[in-house]
Design a protein around this ligand. Structure first.
Ligand SMILES: NC(=O)c1ccc[n+]([C@@H]2O[C@H](COP(=O)([O-])OP(=O)(O)OC[C@H]3O[C@@H](n4cnc5c(N)ncnc54)[C@H](OP(=O)(O)O)[C@@H]3O)[C@@H](O)[C@H]2O)c1
Length: 255
């Protein structure tokens, strides 16, 4: 990777800027709020739910932060380019990129279900490729790139094939990109949550299934979005400077 496509220096603005894909809901929203609380201006990316994005921006502004919502489908290369361009237009710099946007659809491995694999890979793997690549082309020395993967990779539950394939792929990309950015002073890591109480997790599960999964970790409960945000904020902050090419499993000990 050459540094020729990157701006030479961030603009001389004191407030650091973080872009959080999927920052409008769930874990992404908690990450945006925590990074804002730590002094970052935040860009809240979302796919289609504009009102959730607005709510997140309003909550951050109400707590004294600075936020901007930008719609973009991360699986679309032009949309991702526009997302980064709009971020620069609005804030003039970018320091941290968190790729939290993702989807999960249960489907057993049957030939009929291959379209679930295609859809999942498009958002979770192709989308991660595009966001991580654009971040690598954009960030300057001191930059941080953080992807969200999943601890369910270590469990191999039936029905999770498409999701696990996509997230295992992202963990591969994280390690490769960390090596491709040799000499750039930019770190690339992943946070791999266990089950966390968000719509993505609850969707389509009975109360009994939720309780069964919640009991799997030695802490015997679901994670909270804020607990995942804490791991991301650590990697994004000064104390995370020496962590690179790692997958941080934040799962209460489930795996
Ligand atoms: N919750 C868990 O138990 C869990 C466990 C392990 C890993 N994870 C991972 O953590 C990340 C966040 O999950 P979550 O639970 O917070 O999910 P969530 O509550 O369903 O929120 C998903 C977010 O991603 C956005 N999004 C979805 N597809 C997108 C696309 N193509 N382009 C741009 N934005 C898109 C959504 O925007 P709209 O609202 O506009 O659609 C929303 O902001 C995901 O990568 C997920 O795989 C979650």
């Amino acid at each position: 990777m050459t540094s020729s496509t990157r701006p030479s220096e961030p603009a001389n603005d004191e407030r650091q800027v973080a872009l959080i894909t999927g920052g409008s809901r769930g874990i992404g929203r908690a990450i945006a709020q925590m990074l804002s609380d730590q002094g970052f201006a935040v860009v809240i990316n979302y796919a289609g739910n504009e009102s959730a994005a607005k709510e997140t921006v309003e909550a951050i502004e109400a707590s004294g932060g600075c936020a901007e919502a930008i719609q973009a489908d991360i699986a679309d290369a032009e949309a991702v380019a526009r997302l980064f361009a709009c971020t620069f237009e609005r804030f003039g710099r970018l320091d941290v990129v968190v790729n939290s946007a993702g989807m999960m659809q249960m489907a057993e491995m049957t030939t009929d279900n291959v379209e679930v694999l295609d859809r999942t890979l498009a958002t979770n793997l192709r989308g991660s490729w595009l966001v991580l690549a654009k971040a690598a082309e954009t960030l300057t020395a001191g930059g941080r790139i953080i992807a969200l993967t999943s601890s369910v990779i270590g469990k191999s539950f039936p029905g999770y094939g498409a999701y696990i394939a996509s997230k295992a792929g992202v963990e591969g990309l994280v390690r490769v990109l960390a090596n491709e950015l040799r000499g750039c002073e930019i770190t690339v890591n992943a946070v791999a949550p266990g089950p966390v109480a968000t719509e993505l997790f609850f969707n389509g599960k009975s109360e009994e299934t939720v309780q069964k999964i919640a009991a799997m970790s030695p802490l015997e409960r679901l994670g909270k979005p804020e607990e995942i945000a804490g791991a991301v904020a650590f990697l994004a902050g000064p104390q995370g400077a020496w962590i690179n090419g790692q997958i941080l499993r934040a799962n209460g000990g489930m795996v």
